[in-house]
Design a protein around this ligand. Structure first.
Ligand code: FAD
Length: 435
């Protein structure tokens, strides 16, 4: 009992990613004691993402982050590349406005910077320490057990990422099923800054994001991505584990194919491989959100399945859920009430925020996409490219005939019922999003 009192703090946060750091800094800024435990050598050393962070939510935690954070490039262009076997249709959206921008960052640098900022606010950062299990007494979480010692706290916040073994230990969530999780592989390819500027048509501090459909992932529940950093390009893809095991495909083989595609290859030509990594992404959405709190415990970020996969958002949901968990912890500390009822505020605030509202908006998306993946991510990307092929080819065939051949192909390629099934799924999805 003596040891318990000595090692006791107000709050322990497990996981030094965007969720955990945002939670810890919120608590420290309110003058409470908080210990942040990260298993990596430093925050970000084990973290993988595309990726871009979003200025508006990041400013809520780090108001002036643009002045000192290690930012790579400001996104000024989003490209949506629909790849056929050898051809591609690319839609581009450009915006150089300063409002609500996103920035490409490298997590090894960015998370480390966030953790250092948290330390400046008084967060006690414990790195290279794995939390093995939670200490639970009479159904209430009392602390954490690491390899070396036990630490006690009034509240423990779980921000330990997609697998969250700790939330599983206390029954807040179950094991993720293969269809609710995507395996992502990514390479960082070094290229001179000027070459990136030239190939992606951007200036020094400007960046471009590619979202990639089809190509080697044709017909699979998976997408590719490419982000420009200062002097490297991050390229990768993610496919659900269920697709990978069903089709017996290895994701790095798909990535090799993607890198060879005629639309992609010239962009990364002569680049030097700097880094290869793989990571899981929770894709289950609203239906897979676990129990978010219990007596003395809250769950945030990827550990709570807070990822909006349609919009490629994860870090913002992680940061804001961490902030809300932190604010809830501060209120609970003020009242010295760490019961389940007291921490229920966390769920209430999440319900009122964009986090659960957005996840609820897309709650049926994955089911719909899964049902018709081979159509929406296979057949139609092919059709879009074949339309442009037909439209741009000059071959002395009358245009009227070409249009009718194209329209009739929708009923010839597949059974006549399929287009109606697609339409039905689209209408169902639209209804579930807009209602
Ligand atoms: C390939 C890929 C691309 C992505 N692209 C984007 C993007 O462009 N934009 C975006 O917003 N999001 C993107 N995401 C999602 C985003 O990365 C996550 O949503 C976000 O990192 C979640 O933050 P988190 O803090 O909850 O978890 P994490 O970032 O996973 O952090 C969890 C931390 O907990 C630590 N940890 C785990 N277990 C323990 C333990 N037992 N003890 C101590 N420490 C522990 C880990 O080492 C880690 O540092 C992408 C994800 C992937 C995989």
């Amino acid at each position: 009992m003596m040891e318990q009192e000595e090692n006791k703090t107000d709050v322990i946060v497990v996981g030094g990613g965007p969720a955990g750091i945002s939670c810890a800094i919120t608590i420290a800024k309110a003058g409470k004691q908080v210990v942040l435990i990260e298993r990596g050598k430093f925050s970000g050393s084990k973290n993988v993402f595309g990726g871009a962070i979003y200025a508006q939510p990041t400013r809520q935690i780090f108001p002036d982050f643009e002045k000192s954070a290690p930012i790579e490039r400001k996104t000024v262009e989003h490209k949506y590349a629909i790849l056929g076997e050898k051809d591609a249709t690319v839609i581009s959206y450009k915006n150089k406005s300063e409002e609500n921008v996103s920035y490409s960052v490298i997590r090894g640098k960015f998370d480390r910077w966030m953790a250092q900022e948290a330390e400046k606010e008084g967060v006690i950062l414990v790195e290279e320490t794995v939390v093995r299990e939670l200490i639970v007494e009479n159904g209430c979480v009392k602390g954490v057990r690491t390899e070396l010692e036990d630490y006690y706290a009034n509240i423990v916040v779980l921000a330990d990422g997609v697998n969250s073994l700790l939330a599983r230990q206390i029954g807040l969530r179950g094991k993720l099923s293969p269809k609710d999780v995507a395996l992502s592989v990514k390479e960082v390819i070094k290229l001179p800054q000027e070459i990136i500027n030239e190939r992606f048509h951007v200036n020094n501090d400007e960046g471009c994001i590619y979202q990639i459909f089809g190509g080697p992932m044709l017909g699979m529940l998976g997408l590719g991505f490419m982000y420009t950093n200062k002097s490297s390009v991050s390229i990768g893809l993610g496919v659900t584990l269920s697709e990978l095991s069903e089709k017996r495909i290895k994701p790095y083989e798909l990535l090799e194919e993607l890198k060879k595609h005629p639309e992609i290859a010239p962009l990364i030509k002569d680049g030097e491989l700097l880094e290869y990594s793989a990571h899981l992404i929770p894709e289950g959405g609203y239906k897979k959100v676990p129990l978010l709190f219990g007596s003395g415990v809250m769950v945030c970020g990827d550990a709570a399945s807070f990822v909006n996969n349609l919009h490629w958002e994860g870090t913002n949901l992680a940061m804001i859920s961490g902030k809300i968990a932190g604010e809830t912890a501060v209120i609970a500390l003020g009242k010295q009430d760490f019961s389940e009822q007291a921490l229920a505020r966390y769920q209430d605030e999440l319900e009122d925020s964009f986090i659960l509202k957005d996840l609820r908006t897309y709650k049926d998306l994955m089911d719909g996409m899964e049902e018709r993946a081979s159509e929406f991510l296979g057949y139609y990307p092919k059709k879009i490219n074949s339309f442009f092929n037909m439209f741009t080819t000059t071959d002395s065939v009358p245009k009227h005939d070409k249009y009718w051949t194209f329209i009739k192909s929708f009923f010839k390629d597949r059974s006549i019922i399929e287009p109606f099934k697609d339409l039905w799924t689209v209408l169902k999805l639209l209804w579930s999003i807009l209602k």
